[in-house]
Design a protein around this ligand. Structure first.
Ligand code: NAD
Length: 349
């Protein structure tokens, strides 16, 4: 039995990645579309065998409550719209899978969690990296101390953004710039790899004077985090450099390991060194590539089928917002910010 998904927003991610990825899903299938463009939605529905009666507009979206085929609503809209559609979906009795960043602010994220709890519906944030096998392999190396204890992680996620009127450069719609859009991968993946929550962050933000793209949102953010076990993370994100999406974990036993690219949709590459044979690529195991979006959507569907809490629930997105807010605060105030975050239980280490 497959769980029916409604996709809200027919932009790049939905059309180029998510709808094609359903072909590789075991438990999830697309059964409805929600769009502001009726003609486009009708055409896409026909292409994927979705009934024309299961195409909704943003206005009549709430009538989706009467469509029993839809069990999960996957929200793939600009960030500022995530809260509204999560709340409306929960009120319509649907489970929610929501794109990252969860929202524009931690207050919005908290309201989304509250709405889903109140409706008794599941809420998952689409952190695809946490469902991807090569990143999962690195997580095991970090948590099991396979190459000794990781002391330092270096992480980077950056790309050049086009000045083409897109919502990502509009603060009201995006919430922020490079940090919530792509820097969040470094932040969320560091938390995933370590199984810990940062206790301290320090950040700096820079916008090139006169660059029209960064009138509202930030261009580049550099930040550091310290985790309770002593792991230090040096991270950077930028909207104005050639794309680079990698990380490296530096362990005390003569080894480093990581992925480059780490956060891309395809072609993730494991890199490892060994103490005696620096740059011995043969040490890296072969892990077959799998479609990250299919894995992530299947996880949500599996949780609905078996009534389980998703591995990346709303609380995971809320925590990233709290940390990003602390990074911005640190940059504004020019000092480190201590986070009052409880450590994860040992079982998650
Ligand atoms: P996009 O610009 O390609 O698509 C956005 C969609 O929202 C479009 O169909 C657009 O018509 C619709 N929309 C509705 N109201 C709008 C408004 N007021 N302004 C602009 N568009 C409006 O964006 P995208 O790249 O598909 O991103 C959508 C969401 O997915 C974002 O939250 C983004 O962060 C996330 N995303 C995640 C990944 C990932 O790898 N997980 C990758 C890309 C995007």
């Amino acid at each position: 039995k497959r769980i029916g998904f409604a996709l809200v927003g027919l932009g790049h991610l939905t059309l180029e990645e998510l709808l094609p990825a359903f072909g590789q899903c075991k438990y999830a299938k697309p059964v409805a579309l929600v769009s502001g463009d009726a003609a486009k939605a009708k055409q896409v529905a026909a292409q994927y065998g979705i009934k024309s009666t299961s195409v909704y507009s943003y206005q009549n979206f709430d009538t989706i409550r009467n469509n029993p085929e839809v069990q999960v609503v996957y929200i793939v809209l600009p960030n500022s719209m995530h809260e509204e559609f999560t709340v409306r979906s929960a009120q319509a009795g649907k489970h929610v899978l929501c794109e990252k960043p969860m929202a524009n602010t931690s207050a919005e994220a908290q309201r989304m969690i509250d709405a889903c709890e109140k409706a008794g519906r599941k809420l998952m944030i689409a952190y695809r990296i946490q469902y991807e096998p090569k990143n999962a392999f690195v997580k095991e190396l970090v948590r099991n101390k396979t190459h000794g204890k990781v002391r330092v992680m270096e992480m980077f996620n950056a790309q050049n953004i086009a000045n083409n009127g897109q919502w990502r450069l509009d603060k009201k719609l995006a919430g922020g710039g490079a940090l919530p859009d792509i820097g969040i991968y470094c932040l969320n993946t560091a938390r995933y790899l370590t199984g810990e929550e940062p206790e301290w962050v320090m950040g700096s933000v820079y916008n090139t004077p006169g660059d029209e793209r960064f009138r509202q949102v930030e261009e580049s953010v550099l930040w550091q985090m310290r985790f309770p076990s002593g792991i230090l993370v040096n991270a950077a994100t930028s909207y104005s450099v050639h794309q680079s999406r990698r990380y490296r974990c530096l362990a005390d036993n003569g080894a480093w390991f990581g992925l480059d690219p780490a956060f891309a949709y395809h072609g993730l590459q494991l890199e490892m060194s060994q103490a005696k044979e620096q740059y011995d690529w043969k040490q890296a195991p072969e892990i077959p590539e799998q479609n990250q979006f299919a894995l992530e959507m299947d996880h949500m569907a599996w949780c609905v089928l078996h009534n389980k809490e998703p591995y990346t629930p709303g609380a995971e997105g809320l925590q990233d917002h709290r940390i990003m807010e602390a990074i911005y605060q640190s940059a504004r105030e020019g000092k480190p910010i201590t986070l009052k975050t409880p450590q994860k239980p040992d079982a998650f280490r």
